[in-house]
Design a protein around this ligand. Structure first.
Ligand code: ADP
Length: 742
């Protein structure tokens, strides 16, 4: 309506001014016509200066309302006739026009020359005032404008009332829809579209926006649902807690862990986590210290109380969630019940401690035993009386039995403590069996037992095994077979591939066998299955140790049958490819060594507890078939071997598990049988004082590790060149077993 009024006002103003202008022009034209007529009429009166006639003519002009003054003057500007006021006369004279029209506001002044017969006689002035006419015009327009304005406003009001609904209704509907969405968070409602104009477009855009929000809302809901399910169904306990020590949120698993029925129970009941749940509240302080400094805490273990007061071990991962200022808002994290793991760890720790204890005790027992056997042997050599001799033999046999027992216990405890060092490599089965059979022959001959190989030995069959340990197991099975089989019986070895890429080696005998009901206890330590009542010596540890060794090498051991007549034991090892060609000469030399054992001219004993060093020296001697290498991994065993075999050379390491290298050397030099055997020390310790000490103690040479092969053989050749011969020395079967046991 304002716009309508403004437009009308402008239109009327323009019209009014146009009218006023037209009126002025029209009046000037009218005045000019009147002036001309009047000048013509009064031309004669002017020539003859007839004032009366002139005045009469001018008076006739008074009838025209707009002409307010008229003046007729002669050429010398003398007034001939006039009407009007003195002020108007002054205005006419002041205008100084001689002909034409002059506008001055609402006033129009006309100067009309008076001529007679073409000669100018004077001038007629007419002064008109349009003020009254214009006022009338203004009044008229004002009236019309008022009426038209009123009519227009009424019309505009009436029409807009009608048309407004078309515009506002859809917008109001949109607003309504928006309100519904906001009030109920229901993004599925849509605004109804009524027309295709701008409002229609707006409705479309609004609906489109709602559709997008709806899609996003449902995606958010789904994600929320997913995480809620993960949180609620997680196996791990999850929590959010305040730094003050209250739970904000926990999941079902967390509540279960604490023995609570629901998460709500734990949230409402626990007012101070440190006080209520921590067995040691100081641990909570530690937790807070860690999380405040690092922001996260990983694998934090602590003991906590369950609802029923029992204790459990928990393992927690947590992080601090901070606000923009860096202040901690809350902690969140996961918790696992590790009580069972802790218990197992505790048991393992105890078991390890037990094994270590056993290992130490075994070591400690060997020292006095060494004295018992050593002095027993001394006594035996000092021509004892008839009654003393069997007593000494008893001491010696009991001592050896005890030594065997301790060695086996030590081995078992080593395996269980995980300290058994194995060097697993391809080993030729045929070679190994032949070596073992060779070693068994004296005992078998003693008991009139026939030893035989049931199959053609194929040198190309290899298994993955640690040489020493494999031989130890084979010897144990063979010894048992020979021991438990009555005289004139038979012991046979055989091997075959069992199809699983494993090689199975069997040892069978014609002995009494093992009753089926006892088989279950066969591999238990100290189980002799009744043999303790017989006069067959044993410890009950051999098979238990063999089983552990086989497992450690990735193999297996078992009994195929143990019928009333004889038993058949087996061991299985993974088959190996034959080693690289480089190693072939070693094998050939090895077998050559055995076949031509009579041709062996030099015996070397190497006392060393490290498997890799042993393997290295073995490899080095493989190139020298004229040397037979004996090895011992303990000083004591080395001494025994030295006594029994009187080797041509002893290679001695200084760090041995039982005796110190110095001590070994001292004992070697103090015994008649070994005093003259040259000893070469091989050690990583290269200090001058150490070398000096050992050379003074009687060592022939001192070599430092890593070994220089050329230098090593130079020393070996030099020291053995002057050594004694081996021909006269006896080969003692128990001594040979002692080598292989180690
Ligand atoms: P031991 O030192 O007693 O020989 P082992 O662990 O080697 O201990 O053997 C455990 C038991 O199994 C033996 O005591 C013996 O009763 C029985 N045994 C082992 N091998 C044979 C076999 N070849 N024939 C009969 N019995 C055997």
């Amino acid at each position: 309506m304002t716009i309508t009024a403004a437009v009308l006002l402008l239109a009327f103003a323009a019209l009014f001014y146009f009218q006023a202008y037209t009126l002025k022009r029209h009046s000037a034209h009218e005045l000019a016509v009147i002036g001309e007529l009047t000048a013509h009429e009064c031309a004669a009166a002017v020539r003859f200066k007839d004032e009366d006639a002139a005045t009469q003519i001018l008076t006739g002009l008074r009838t025209m309302p707009q002409i307010v003054s008229a003046r007729l003057e002669l050429l010398d500007k003398q007034r001939l006739a006039f009407f009007g006021s003195a002020r108007e006369e002054g205005e006419i004279q002041g205008a100084r026009v001689t002909s034409g029209v002059k506008f001055n506001g609402d006033r129009i002044l006309l100067a009309q020359p008076v001529t007679l017969s073409g000669v100018r006689e004077g001038t007629l002035y007419l002064l008109a005032d349009l003020h009254a006419t214009r006022s009338q015009l203004l009044k008229l327009y004002g009236g019309i404008f008022g009426l038209v304005l009123l009519a227009c406003l009424l019309l505009a009001f009436a029409l807009s009332g009608q048309f407004l609904r078309f515009v506002t209704d859809p917008i109001l509907r949109l607003a309504d829809t928006a309100r519904t969405v906001a009030d109920h968070s229901d993004y599925s409602v849509r605004a109804r579209k009524v027309c295709n104009d701008e409002v229609g477009l707006l409705t479309d855009a609004f609906n489109q926006m709602l559709a997008q929000i709806q899609a996003q809302d449902s995606a958010v809901r789904k994600a929320e649902e997913k995480y809620r399910l993960i949180f609620e169904n997680a196996i791990e306990g999850m929590f959010q807690s305040t730094p003050g020590g209250k739970y904000l949120n926990v999941n079902a698993a967390f509540a279960r862990m604490y023995g609570c029925d629901s998460p709500e129970e734990i949230i409402t009941q626990v007012s101070d986590i440190a006080e209520t749940t921590y067995v040691d509240p100081a641990r909570r302080e530690e937790f807070k210290r860690l999380i405040e400094t690092h922001g996260v805490v990983e694998l934090f273990e602590y003991e906590a109380y369950r609802k029923d007061g029992t204790k459990m071990w928990l393992c927690e991962n947590a992080r601090a969630v901070r606000d923009v200022t860096g202040a901690i808002l809350y902690y969140e994290g996961t918790v696992q019940d590790v009580t069972e793991r802790k218990r197992v760890e505790e048991v393992e720790r105890a078991s390890k401690a037990k094994t270590e204890f056993l290992s130490r005790v075994s070591h400690e027992l060997r020292t006095p035993l060494n004295a018992i056997i050593g002095f027993g042997q001394l006594l035996d050599r000092q021509s004892p009386t008839k009654t003393q001799r069997p007593r000494i033999r008893h001491i010696l046999s009991a001592g050896k039995h005890l030594l065997g027992l301790i060695n086996e216990v030590l081995d078992i405890s080593r395996i269980e403590a995980g300290r058994l060092h194995l060097s697993v490599e391809p080993v030729a089965v045929a070679d190994m069996l032949e070596e073992a059979l060779d070693l068994m022959r004296p005992l078998a001959a003693e008991r009139k037992i026939e030893l035989c190989a049931e199959v053609e030995m194929d040198a190309a069959v290899y298994v993955m095994a640690d040489r020493q340990r494999f031989k130890q197991v084979l010897l144990n099975l063979l010894t048992n077979a020979v021991k438990y089989t009555p005289e004139s019986g038979q012991v046979a070895v055989s091997y075959y591939s069992n199809g699983d890429n494993n090689i199975r080696i069997t040892v069978s005998d014609t002995g009494p066998g093992i009753p089926a009901e006892k088989l279950g206890r066969l591999f238990m330590p100290f189980e002799r299955l009744g043999a303790e009542q017989s006069n067959v010596e044993g410890t009950g540890l051999g098979l238990a140790l063999s089983q552990r060794l086989m497992h450690a090498m990735g193999g297996a051991i078992g009994v195929e049958f143990s019928a009333p007549r004889g038993s058949k034991f087996w061991v299985e090892l993974p088959r190996a490819k034959s080693p690289l060609p480089k190693a072939v000469p070693h094998k050939r030399n090895g077998s050559g060594r055995r076949e031509n054992s009579k041709a062996v001219t030099r015996k070397v004993l190497y006392i060393e507890d490290n498997f890799s060093n042993l393997a290295l020296i073995e490899e080095m001697f493989a190139e020298r078939p004229q040397f037979e290498l004996l090895t011992a991994m303990q000083g004591k065993v080395g001494l025994d071997l030295a006594r029994q075999h009187s080797p041509d050379l002893i290679l001695l390491d200084l760090h041995l598990p039982d005796l110190d290298g110095h001590e070994v050397l001292r004992q070697l030099k103090s015994l008649d049988t070994t005093r003259d055997v040259p000893v070469v020390v091989i050690s990583a310790d290269a200090t001058a004082s150490q070398i000096d000490r050992l050379m003074k103690a009687g060592a022939m040479a001192y070599l430092t590790k890593p070994l220089d092969v050329v230098e090593f053989f130079r020393v070996v050749d030099q020291t053995t060149a002057t050594g004694g011969t081996t021909g006269t020395r006896q080969k003692h079967s128990t001594a040979v077993l002692a080598i292989n046991d180690n």
